[in-house]
Write a protein that binds this ligand. Sequence first.
Ligand code: ADP
Length: 208
Amino acid sequence: VTIIKSHLEAFEDGVWEPTPERIRLTVGEIDRLSKLISEVGSLYSIEGTENSISLASVNMSEEMARLALSFDPMFANKSVVLEKEIEHGIEAVADIAKMRQAAANLLSNALRYTDSGGHVLFSLKSCSGSLEILVRDNGIGIAKSDLPNIFERFYRADKSRARASGGMGIGLAIAKAIVEAHGGNIRVESSEGEGSAFTMTIPLEHNI
Ligand code: ADP
């Protein structure tokens, strides 16, 4: 808001010529702000209250296969391979819209933080009463010192990279809030320069 206000005041005072390029820059700041507001909104709508999720029986295999498919064009555009290993017939009780969002956040990150020519694995499997969604990339990885903080809202490992890649540092906080609202958890393993693996686990059954 401060940036936008200062731009507009500079235009108003005539100290900064409102060229198309500068107007674009200002509009870009407004877009960033809009994205932030909507992401914060979805975070608060999930966090802190378990009754904000609406549970129903769902074929998780079909849902996750469809989600992964919808990412194919974006991966192809960046020449990153998206490999899918989806166990068939996994039925679960979950808020499917929210679980889709959590998985989409991990897939977006994997794509964002993996260079062209890289590889991402998206897998879904069931094990002992739970289901596990894994997103593993061979991208830039995360420094050991950053690992404890990445699930905090607005935390970004590298401020300059952050700006260039356009994220808000909130996708993982949202994913964590969603899986925790399902009674599950999210964990990460990562080595800088080698890649990252995020695993979300939620129980298959809930008392609806
Ligand atoms: P955003 O990606 O919008 O910055 P997130 O909350 O999704 O926000 O992620 C927080 C930070 O964790 C990112 O800024 C990035 O530094 C790091 N991160 C998340 N996913 C990955 C990944 N797959 N590879 C490398 N770094 C990642």
